[in-house]
Design a binder for this molecule. Structure first.
Ligand SMILES: Cc1ncc(COP(=O)(O)O)c(C=O)c1O
Length: 465
């Protein structure tokens, strides 16, 4: 039998509740990075013929999986752009798994379809995308950008579905900044555009795309007989959090008839902050926007989102009718299989919607402001240290800095090893340093003070060595 009897269900419930409770309480004391027990991990490879039962399973999870897992929710986990799950998310995930809705066409997921529509519409409205807008939840920001560039390709070449890239037309060119995320390159490579046709536009002294150089490259490509078709702008680059001049880039795209995609995987959701709303206003002019609820809405992995200004561009690229599916249109529900490449899809929207319903949007706005303040505070502390220096202005919550006497890799390892903090490496304009990215609602001013004080020690030792 593959279901649990009543006694087992009761036991599983108790063990799960205890797991959630113990984990939540232990987060600040847990190791940032585990001291990996290789024997315990090897043991995970064995799949038994006879099951070990509910209690056996929880024992293995508690003894082998948990101690060998990174504590990404730790308040001093500031490496990469990775948010901890919000408090209601584990429960929402369990419910989504229980009802197991297939969010492909609405008859298999009526409520889920409406919940996803609600989440997407709310996200779209944050950018003022308008009444024709649409979108779909994705596995993450990279996939949202891949989907956006797919849609852009179909919009540029209306016969792309039939002909592919085989028609010997002019070479299509994509433009993005030197500081853009690699997902742009990846999408260009996957779609057959080719990395040779991705122009990495240099940035200014604040790591933002140079619009004059963008225009120059577009002119040069047109003169050489190539076909510029898409610009990917970033409001919050992955290293320094710099915000490209989206309004100026949107003007160029309008003038030149180019698809504008905004990669807001890191920065986009800062639109929720009153202090940043103005700066993000122009994102609504883009043809498509990627945002990542698994970063700044603290949804557990994985949840990204693609938003488009005109939802018919999604169906143009992705809708295929299939005789083996019984689809009946309904104005309330959406058949998400027609808005993206997947057929079977899980109920990702529940964990996002549940958090918005449980805590309210205001709690997320407050979390954004808290993280923005902390990053600025950290930058001020770094700036005051004689052996540390900032590498970039702090636009959002990424703080890039260097130790004046080097040894960054060793310092990162020291801080991680002793449990002070997990920070990441940073490289800007050929200069190497470190990066702390505050994407955690649990991080406090005290955490930041502790980290900078320790960094100052380590940087002082590097000077004396
Ligand atoms: C600007 C930017 N784009 C794309 C991504 C990739 O997002 P994901 O990891 O959700 O695929 C990131 C990740 O940090 C990012 O910062």
């Amino acid at each position: 039998m593959l279901n649990l009897d009543e006694a087992e269900r009761k036991k599983a419930g108790e063990l799960l509740t205890a797991f959630f409770d113990d984990y939540e309480r232990s987060i600040p004391e847990r190791p940032l990075v585990p001291d990996v027990d290789r024997d315990a991990l090897e043991a995970l490879l064995a799949i038994p013929e006879e099951g070990i039962g509910v209690e056996g399973l929880f024992r293995e999870i508690n003894e082998k999986i948990l101690p060998n897992s990174t504590t990404v929710a730790h308040p001093r986990f500031l490496a990469y752009v990775l948010g901890p799950p919000n408090g209601i998310a584990p429960y929402a995930e369990a419910i989504a798994a229980t009802i197991n809705q297939n969010c492909n066409f609405w008859q298999l997921s009526p409520a889920a379809s409406v919940v996803e529509r609600g989440v997407v519409a709310w996200l779209s409205a944050l950018f003022g995308q308008g009444e024709h807008a649409g979108g779909i939840l994705t596995e993450g920001g990279s996939i949202a950008t891949l989907n956006a560039m797919t849609v852009a390709l179909h919009a540029r070449r209306p016969r792309f579905r039939e002909q592919g890239l085989q028609m010997g037309e002019r070479i299509l060119v994509v433009y993005t900044s030197a500081e853009a995320h690699r997902c742009v390159d990846k999408a260009a490579a996957i779609l057959g555009i080719g990395l040779d046709n991705v122009r990495r536009i240099p940035t200014d002294d604040q790591w933002r795309m140079r619009v004059d150089l963008l225009e120059k490259e577009i002119r040069a490509d047109r003169a050489a007989g190539r076909e510029p078709f898409c610009v990917v702008a970033t409001p919050g680059t992955v290293t320094s959090g710099s915000i490209d001049p989206i309004a100026d880039i949107a003007d160029v795209c309008e003038r030149e008839d180019l698809w504008l995609h905004v990669d807001g995987a890191y920065g986009g959701l800062f639109v929720l902050s009153e202090h940043k709303r103005e700066e993000f206003q122009a994102c609504g002019r883009a043809d498509s926007i990627a945002v990542d609820p698994h970063k700044l809405l603290f949804a557990p992995l994985a949840a990204g989102c693609l938003l488009v200004r005109d939802r018919s561009t999604l169906t143009d690229a992705y809708a295929f009718s299939s005789s083996y599916l019984t689809v009946a249109e309904d104005a309330l529900m959406i058949d998400y299989m027609d808005h993206g490449p997947q057929l079977s899809r899980g109920f990702k929207a529940l964990k996002i919607w549940s958090a918005l319903r449980t805590f309210g949007v205001g709690a997320f706005r407050a979390a954004m402001d808290h993280m923005l303040d902390l990053a600025q505070y950290m930058a001020d502390l770094v700036d005051a240290e004689r052996d540390l220096e900032l590498m970039a202005p702090v636009s959002l919550t990424a703080v890039c800095f260097r130790m004046k006497h080097g040894k960054h890799a060793a310092a990162l390892a020291t801080l991680a090893g002793e449990g002070t903090a997990l920070l990441g490496p940073a490289s800007l304009g050929g200069q190497h340093g470190m990066r702390a990215c505050v994407t955690n609602f649990r991080t406090t001013r005290h955490d930041v003070e502790q980290i900078v004080a320790r960094l100052a020690d380590v940087a002082g030792q590097a000077r004396d060595d």
